[in-house]
Design a protein around this ligand. Sequence first.
Ligand code: CA
Length: 228
Amino acid sequence: MKKKILVVEDERTIADILVFNLEREGYEAVSAGDGPKGLKMALEGEPDLILLDVMLPEMDGFEVLRQVREKSRVPVIMLTAREEETDKVDALEMGADDYITKPFSMRELMARVKANIRRTAPAEAEAPEAARESELMISQEQNAVYKNGKPLDLSMREYDILSYLSATPGRVVTREELMEKVWGYEYYGDLRAVDVAIRRLREKIEDEPAQPKYIITKRGMGYYYDKQ
Ligand code: CA
């Protein structure tokens, strides 16, 4: 089934190019030209991912994001202008999954869309035997993560972070290394994006995210996976 992408962008040319390229990549793409319309389509249209411009008429992208997050965990990639450095981290703090800076290459944008589409959690019935026996289980075969036998709803990136860290339990991985391996060489992002992603991942896998037992912070160095 085609994944549906909602583009919220008031610049008609950019919106059209995005829709054209998304459709060419095999997605279903729809667009909205202002904040209120974007919000309505985000909440009613059940998109699998939203590309959300920050500067929008009537209601800006941050407000749209805030209202979307009250009701939905759909992946959101913010489109920010180059000069708005603080916007990027603000966006992540407010619950965006990622951001991309204008002007962007279509190749980079598509890579980002693919990385942020929420992986479809396998049905509960498919949980492997081992998943019911251990508290947290990462199934490389299924590309899925189970907690107490139930599949977790992780984004691709969250899954990739967890997989990467858990491949070498106890080894401290720097934020730079995580950004390089998980986000990719082409990603020149703010390292705080790593911290935000880790925090969100902890909220999903840890019983007490403030006192994590799986992903541990090594102060001033990075993160490591603690094999239980
Ligand atoms: Ca705009």
